[in-house]
Design a protein around this ligand. Structure first.
Ligand code: ADP
Ligand code: MG
Length: 356
């Protein structure tokens, strides 16, 4: 069952198209993340679902009901923003109840819903506090509570963690994942942060230039990016890109790198110029001569692993992932082995082709 369906929706601002015929189905109970750089249309698409932006063309269905012409209050969704804007003079209880009082819901029913939300969010003890007496993370939980009490068919989050400091962001992220597992509600979550997308999503929708670049599970988009854009956007540190000249045919194909190194791979592509993509963890630092070698420039120790920044002798820059106890020192010449099953070739149009 799909809870939210967009069919070929389009949106322009002053003649400039920002959403171009996007179609998408979100299943009931699914956690879908819209991921993309700033300005890629994530918020606009979410706001079109919420009813805060009109839909120029196309249709929207929420819970089986055609919704593109409904007012925001008539759509069965609740939105949580980055700027959660609680009422400072109201208690947590009143902040959560406010929207329900506005629609004149029965008093007892409101109290019951506030209690339930407080229990889910573990805020029972904080109901009589005012926002100033709460931490940033607790305030964000009140904002989520305001959405929970509406018992919507779907929750819409627009960068809800952006205002929190780094440690709190990680903690609140885990809480959100738990919340989704407990409530099993449909959630759509907008972020520019690929780590949030990877850790929270059942499926990630990657937006770029008014369009969907790829839809897939976190590991699908990580291991089999559909385009150079996705390959570069997902993963930290990012994928390495090298100039490659492809020759040969079938099982005998060889990519010649800018420094002359020859890498055998199987991609079944016409010979010619491509960009070769390889993630840091697919480049192994080895003691004996291997696929190619480079000079270590910077060695970043992260404790459990080490990022070795390298220059090949044609000037190409690479990052290889080594163990926590890496013996590489800046200035060392190191040998590199490429895992050829984790190579990608990108053509002139940015389309990805994955090696076997
Ligand atoms: N109300 C508006 N009027 C004009 N242009 C807008 C408006 N809202 C968004 N845009 C433009 O639409 C594009 C997508 O914006 P947005 O959806 O906010 O991107 P994101 O959330 O991915 O950063 C941007 O180019 C932005 O400038
Ligand atoms: Mg935005």
């Amino acid at each position: 069952m799909s809870d939210i369906a967009l069919n070929s929706v389009t949106k322009s601002f002053g003649g400039v198209k920002v959403i171009d015929r996007i179609s998408l189905e979100v299943k009931s109970g699914e956690f879908v993340v819209f991921l993309g750089p700033s300005g890629s249309g994530k918020s606009t698409l979410l706001r079109m679902i919420a009813g805060l932006e009109t839909i120029d063309e196309g249709t929207l269905t929420i819970g089986g009901k055609r919704s593109e012409h409904l007012a925001p209050g008539q759509r069965d969704v609740a939105m949580v923003f980055q700027n959660y804007a609680l009422y400072p003079h109201m208690t947590v209880r009143d902040n959560m109840a406010f929207g329900l009082r506005n629609i004149r819901m029965d008093k007892d029913k409101i109290e019951e819903r506030v209690q339930t939300a407080a229990r889910i969010l573990e805020m029972d003890a904080l109901l009589d506090r005012r926002p100033a007496q709460l931490s940033g993370g607790q305030r964000q939980r009140v904002a989520i509570g305001r959405a929970i009490v509406k018992e919507p068919a779907a929750f819409l989050f627009d960068e809800p963690l952006s205002n929190l400091d780094a440690a709190l962001r990680v903690r609140t992220r885990v809480e959100l994942a738990e919340l989704h597992q407990n409530m099993k509600s449909t959630m759509i979550y907008v972020t520019h942060d690929q780590t949030e997308a990877m850790t929270l999503a059942d499926r990630i929708v990657i937006l770029n230039n008014c369009r969907i670049e790829q839809i897939g599970s976190p590991m699908e988009v990580y291991l089999k990016p559909a385009s150079r854009f996705v390959a570069a956007f997902v993963g930290s540190p990012g994928m390495n890109f090298l100039k490659a000249d492809l020759s040969g045919r079938g099982a005998e194909q060889v990519s010649t790198l800018g420094n002359g190194a020859r890498i055998a791979l199987q991609v079944d592509l016409p010979p010619g110029a491509y960009e070769l993509g390889i993630r840091p963890e697919a480049i192994q630092v080895t003691p004996s001569p291997a696929d190619t070698s480079g000079k270590a420039t910077v060695v970043e120790r992260l404790g459990d692993r080490t990022l070795v920044h390298l220059h090949l002798d044609d000037g190409t820059e690479l990052i290889a992932l080594d163990g926590g106890l890496s013996e590489v020192r800046p200035g060392d010449t190191v040998h590199l082995k490429f895992d050829t099953s984790q190579l990608h070739l990108f053509d002139d149009d940015g389309m990805a082709h994955h090696a076997r």
